[in-house]
Ligand binder design. Structure first.
Ligand SMILES: [Zn+2]
Length: 207
């Protein structure tokens, strides 16, 4: 009885990742300061609800901080599939941790199942979303999705490719609008076998 309790507590802690809930009023005060700082009047009519709205938006865009991504890795039962699976064009929206500005794009996930363990498309999308809804770097987002899938589904190999447009670059004239950054993470069999890796890459890129 006692040991069950301890396990439950451990599980709960892990699940919540010890990340406190979003303090909406604190975020809203910060947004009010930004408005003042840029020379706006936070009390003018059009801006009255802006701090609250922005706080709620950030709560939503960082919801993945309070979720356990591994929870989405529940294999479909009764499968014997052991050929490469590729899920293309999973839409992702994340926040760059250097500017708190959105970067949006597509995530492509390829894996080679082991013992017929495959994942539903919606679970893969939820996995990507859980990591995207945090303050991120595109490189880290890519490897976190790949590592978690590799660790918890235990497939033969995983490859994750993300193509994204960073508003912190495209809106500020550092790069031309429409410029995309491509990142990839390659694990297991894909790493060892260059032919399989090339095959997956051509299936992903060949739209
Ligand atoms: Zn940035």
């Amino acid at each position: 009885m006692m040991s069950t309790k301890v396990t439950d507590i451990k599980r709960k802690r892990q699940k919540g990742r010890r990340t406190p809930p979003v303090d909406l009023s604190r975020v809203a005060s910060g947004v009010r300061l930004i408005l003042e700082g840029i020379g706006e009047d936070p009390n003018r009519e059009g801006l009255l609800d802006t701090p609250k709205r922005v706080a709620e938006m950030y709560a939503e865009l960082t919801a993945g901080m309070r979720e356990d991504a591994a929870e989405h890795i529940v294999p479909l039962s009764g499968n014997k599939h052991d050929e490469m699976v590729i899920v293309k064009d999973i839409s992702i929206a994340s926040l760059c941790e250097h500017h708190l500005a959105p970067f949006v794009g597509k995530c492509h996930i390829a894996y080679i199942p082991k013992n017929g363990k495959i994942l539903g498309v919606s679970k893969l999308a939820r996995l990507a979303e859980t990591f995207a809804r945090r303050l991120q770097l595109q490189e880290r987002l890519t490897s976190e999705i790949a590592n978690t899938l590799f660790e918890h589904l235990q497939p033969i190999g995983v490859m994750v490719v993300i193509e994204a447009e960073h508003t912190c670059m495209t809106l500020r004239g550092v790069k031309k609008p429409g410029a995309t950054t491509v990142t990839s993470a390659v694990l297991g069999g894909f790493r060892k076998d260059s032919r399989t890796r090339a095959e997956a890459m051509s299936l992903i890129v060949g739209k």
